[in-house]
Write a protein that binds this ligand. Structure first.
Ligand SMILES: [Zn+2]
Length: 352
């Protein structure tokens, strides 16, 4: 969303926004791309641009007309944003205007990670009523893949037979998780990550040290990189991580959220396989990585990590799970004294 200063929330949004405004046709847009590059920011800014009542010829959204100010205050009568309860705080967007979500706000239940059918039905009803102002209505769903089957079916009819002037923005990082019938009703708009230079410059502006290292750690996804830094990742630790894992140093990952630890080790496994095959690594600096020519060991490790990833959201004991992961990593990264099956006794004593 563009603030009163007229500035875009992310510098690389300008080209995306221009293209989306130029090429948009129809009433439903499916914005998709990797997580953590700015789908949410683009969706909201595009909605604001459509609703903006600023003078002709100037940039849209202008940031200071009455409509823009209402979007900034989350009070525009023609904008409805659907996000799961669990994302309201992280995205800084409270859904004061969706009845289904508010009804449960006072309860002690875990915040829902889904876009619920009640919220979608409210959005359908919203889209069918007349706009309060002149620019029509806009509904934003983020992330659209968080609709369950019932929610998606509730939306489908409206996408098939649009009523009035409502436009829909579905933002998504896993379009394959959407119903094919939903996908086929939307104009697809694919986002490519910003260039590494632009993303690193933006991260530096957010106070991140060695931004290029952290950006690579997050797979080139700058918003994810920033979140991770705020959770405690730093570039120095990232560069030391391969050696620490080779030594079996579980303290290096102490306090990490389990999904983050599994993700980091999957990236390490990927990169060790790359350098061992003579290819460039993607997430770690090449100089930080040990070689492991024993392909079977790397394969076994990647299978263990895939299993851990499936269970990472619901660990019985995250601390124990991380220790087990580090033991696996140490075994997988142990140097080979001789070709042949992995030798446990050797791996225990090998250091980086
Ligand atoms: Zn405006």
């Amino acid at each position: 969303m563009v603030g009163g200063d007229g500035k875009l929330p992310l510098p690389w949004l300008e080209s995306w926004l221009g293209e989306a405004l130029r090429t948009q046709r129809g009433h439903a847009l499916l914005i998709h791309g990797p997580q953590g590059i700015g789908q949410w920011q683009l969706s909201l800014t595009l909605a604001q641009a459509w609703l903006c009542e600023g003078g002709q010829g100037g940039p849209r959204p202008c940031g200071h007309c009455a409509a823009c100010r209402m979007v900034q205050a989350r009070s525009h009568p023609d904008l409805l944003v659907l996000i799961p309860e669990a994302l309201q705080a992280p995205l800084g967007w409270t859904l004061a205007d969706t009845e289904g979500e508010v009804a449960e706000a006072g309860s002690k239940k875990q915040p829902s990670k889904e876009i619920k059918v009640e919220a979608v039905r409210a959005a359908v009803a919203f889209a069918q009523t007349t706009a309060a102002r002149e620019a029509g209505k806009v509904v934003v769903l983020h992330p659209a893949e968080r609709m369950n089957g019932i929610s998606a079916n509730a939306l489908l009819k409206t996408l098939e037979e649009p009523a009035g002037t409502a436009r829909f923005i579905l933002s998504c990082s896993a379009p394959e998780a959407l119903l094919p019938t939903i996908r086929s009703r939307c104009q697809a708009f694919a986002l490519k990550p910003p260039t590494a230079d632009l993303a690193a410059e933006w991260l530096a502006g957010q106070g991140v040290a060695q931004p290029a290292i952290v950006l690579a750690a997050a797979g080139g996804q700058p918003l994810d990189a920033l979140d991770w830094v705020r959770e405690g990742l730093d570039a120095k630790l990232w560069q030391q991580l391969p050696a620490l894992m080779q030594r079996g140093d579980a303290a290096a990952l102490a306090g990490w959220a389990l999904p983050r630890a599994v993700d980091a080790l999957q990236k390490l496994c990927h990169d060790v396989a790359c350098v061992s095959a003579g290819a460039a690594p993607r997430f770690f600096p090449a100089a930080a990585l040990p070689a492991q020519p024993d392909v079977r060991r790397l394969l076994a490790w990647s299978r263990e990590l895939a299993r851990a990833a499936r269970q990472a959201e619901h660990p019985l004991n995250a601390g124990l799970a991380i220790e087990a992961l580090v033991t696996q990593a140490q075994r997988a990264l142990a140097a080979n004294a001789a070709p042949g099956p992995a030798r446990r006794a050797l791996s225990v004593h090998s250091a980086a």
